[in-house]
Design a protein around this ligand. Structure first.
Ligand SMILES: [Zn+2]
Length: 357
């Protein structure tokens, strides 16, 4: 147990020993402390410093030889790189770098975000514009994408795909006027106007979600998404797609395919991935359409929430999200959100349509 946890646990034990009247007095004192600490200008810096376990490296020269170098007017610790002379504060290389908003606004934002509130509602509840809420949401999602990615899926892995209709919300580069859907241009199988998301889940509740192209997935894209993310010699349970023969061979794994008009094959089924897909559908509904451009980032958020539910009590979720997001070593500028390219060819469904028209 680390020092912070030990300190917190000791505190909790002491608090449990208090009588009701003492507890009420203590709460008043604690509330005052909370107010002053979460409003303080160095609160974000202090939490990040506590959360970051490995020493921060200089982003210019990657040296880890950073030394304390006085404090700012607001009391924020400054550091200087001994190798290149660049100076930093604790928020450097984090999504809150340069943010003028104090800790409590970020904290309130995370609460709203985890509650699934709309950007407009968030903006009306806390003092930020919808534009800021939009870019914060993307920054947070970007950090969540790295959560729990260092393991490989193993043993028994259910692999399946789900599809999201191409969505160009918020994009100016619309290729063509919207066409009538479900008429011309349909080819066999899943059409190119759907983004394909590969889902893989193992018995240890590890989850992989990856946008792997459009229409029916290619063998190479499936292998690409799973490479370095699954162990060799596993049992792979998939649908009846022929592509999975090559995929399972690539990972020297045993393949158990569920026939297309069945839910099981022997003891095997795709119940977990199917369940995940239907949860995903209802989870996405609240956004009233997500641009395909940003699909991967929303999937990362969905995945993060799902993993939190496996691992922590509900009341700890906001804190976990907040601490993970702000201490993550990541600089993600608002600029990058608008410049985000589509992960699939948005012209392709249209090209096909012209051909069939
Ligand atoms: Zn340096």
């Amino acid at each position: 147990m680390d020092l912070t946890n030990e300190r917190l646990n000791n505190l909790k034990e002491n608090i449990e020993a208090l009588c009701a009247d003492e507890l009420v007095d203590l709460k008043t004192d604690v509330d005052e402390q909370v107010l002053s600490k979460t409003m303080s200008k160095d609160a974000l810096h202090k939490v990040i410093k506590k959360e970051r376990k490995r020493p921060e490296a200089c982003k210019v020269c990657e040296s880890t030889h950073l030394v304390k170098n006085g404090k700012t007017k607001q009391g924020r610790q400054k550091y200087r790189c001994m190798d290149c002379g660049k100076s930093y504060s604790d928020t450097h290389n984090s999504i809150v770098k340069g943010s003028k908003k104090p800790y409590y606004v970020w904290e309130a934002f995370i609460q709203c975000m985890m509650n699934g509130f709309s950007l407009r509602k968030i903006s009306s509840l806390i003092d930020i514009t919808t534009q800021t809420a939009f870019s914060w949401r993307h920054k947070v999602m970007e950090t969540l994408a790295t959560y729990d990615q260092s393991y490989k899926l193993s043993e028994e892995i259910q692999i399946d795909e789900t599809y999201f209709l191409l969505n160009m919300k918020g994009s100016r580069e619309l290729p063509r006027p919207a066409k009538e859907r479900g008429t011309k241009g349909r080819t066999r199988g899943i059409s190119n106007e759907f983004a394909c998301v590969l889902t893989a889940v193992d018995a240890n509740d590890h989850i992989l979600l990856e946008v792997i192209g459009q229409g029916n997935p290619r063998t190479g894209s499936i292998i690409g998404a799973l490479d370095y993310r699954v162990e060799q010699n596993t049992r792979m349970i998939t649908d009846s797609k022929a592509a999975y023969h090559e995929v399972s061979e690539h990972f020297s794994s045993k393949l158990h395919q569920i026939p297309s008009h069945s839910h099981t094959k022997g003891v095997y089924n795709l119940a977990v991935t199917n369940g995940l897909h239907s949860e995903m559908r209802s989870w996405f509904r609240k956004f009233k359409g997500v641009s395909t451009k940003h699909l991967a980032r929303y999937l990362a958020w969905f995945r993060f929430e799902k993993l939190l539910r496996y691992r922590y009590e509900m009341k700890r979720h906001n804190r976990k999200c907040m601490n993970y997001a702000i201490s993550n070593h990541l600089t993600f500028l608002t600029d990058a959100i608008s410049k985000q390219p589509f992960p699939i060819d948005i012209e392709l469904p249209y090209k096909q349509n012209q051909y069939f028209a």
